[in-house]
Write a protein that binds this ligand. Sequence first.
Ligand code: ATR
Length: 272
Amino acid sequence: MIRPFAAVVGWPANHSLSPVMMRRWLDDAGMDGEYGRLEIPSDHFDAFCRSLPALGWTGVNVTSPHKSAALTAAHTATEAAQAVGAANLLTVGSDGRLKADNTDIAGVAEALKPDAGSGPAVLVGAGGAAAAALFHLASQDREIRLVNRTRAKAEALAARYDRPVGVGTDIESALDGAALLINATTLGMAGKPALEPDLSPMTPAALVFDMVYTPLETRLLKAARRSGRRSVDGLAMLIGQARPSFEAFYSVRPLFGTDMHAHLATHLGETA
Ligand code: ATR
């Protein structure tokens, strides 16, 4: 039997933690699979996708900037990927056809496993990551307040749903009485300005989830911790989106002993 081969594809892809996770799960499962890392520029991405069946790969994880191109390149797509307008997983079917899926949604669901309450949720951002989070939130019976620097982008995202989604640009006012805050922007990443709103208008038991994981504890999460509120870092989502990808590539569920959060935190040089 040919070893199952999959990879993460992006431009760049050198900072992706997916190979670290997949390698560990493959070793845990004692599987003879491979998981690589490929940098493909945008103008070659479509041709690359079309070559996947001939290469005999089981599929690829797709990262920035190819997530919407991946959806276009696929022959079929799950409803979720279509609704989000982006795919982070392409699998090759036995008929050689490419199927697009979006497992970032599962990543958001995993990150929000600590009771995320049912009060108002504030989602900051309007890019692909925010689109996956909004898909998850839209399935819940709760008020959603979407905040983004560029209002028009948030309005376009909200308009995809036939349920009310409040749109604004001011995070401070959106936090009033909120039970959940999700940062789906690049704010707080090393080298970028921080997202540091006053969290005191949120409920005392509110959950603050930051998709950023470099650094692992952002200033936003530090502020949440200092104020006695609960926090979830970006590795939770990263691991949550990787689980269904692993299963799709290797037909095995990654339910092994490794504490993947601690493993990745160590890899990043930070303590979990
Ligand atoms: P992704 O696909 O990972 O979500 P993206 O599509 O580039 O990435 O989206 C980045 C998000 O971070 C956007 O919501 C962006 O706001 P704009 O829509 O106004 O561009 C947000 N963002 C990036 N830098 C920002 C900054 N300095 N201040 C506020 N928001 C910022």
